[in-house]
Design a protein. Structure first.
Length: 143
């Protein structure tokens, strides 16, 4: 069970992120999760949106370089140490975590994490066996 993540390459200059977010806003693209990693000359914006197809089309039409990847999204109890169960399960199964970021919703007592791992299928199986709830694309869009 995976969700689609859009990665956008952005120049590392003032206003570039605002320009892209403005374009998404003008086209009624609603973001569910966002992360940005910076390098010296560019950044990588990672977003999960309600309408991936249209978002990618709009982003490309605006001249940005973009790609779509499948990532895992998990719901965990919002309490100290809850993430440890997820990370331990991945480590014990020898699944590398490339990166992760959190996002919030109005749902109380639940934390959400996006996980980019080396093997989505194996990770989903391992996490499911440990009782860790994963979100699919449709559920993510409904948050």
């Amino acid at each position: 069970m995976t969700v689609k993540q859009i990665s956008v390459f952005l120049e590392n200059k003032p206003g570039c992120l605002a320009e892209l977010i403005d374009i998404l806003s003008q086209n009624n693209i609603d973001m569910r999760a966002m992360s940005i990693a910076e390098m010296q000359d560019f950044g990588i914006l990672r977003i999960i949106v309600k309408d991936t197809y249209n978002a990618v089309r709009i982003i490309k039409e605006a001249g940005f370089i973009t790609s779509v990847n499948e990532v895992l999204a998990v719901a965990i109890p919002d309490q100290p140490g809850a993430l440890l169960q997820t990370l331990t399960a991945l480590g014990e199964a020898n699944i590398n975590l490339d990166y992760s970021y959190a996002f919030t919703t109005a749902k109380k007592d639940t934390a959400y994490m996006v996980l980019r791992v080396t093997d989505n299928e194996k990770a989903a199986k391992v996490l499911g066996q440990k009782g860790i709830r994963m979100l699919g694309q449709e559920e993510m869009e409904q948050l």
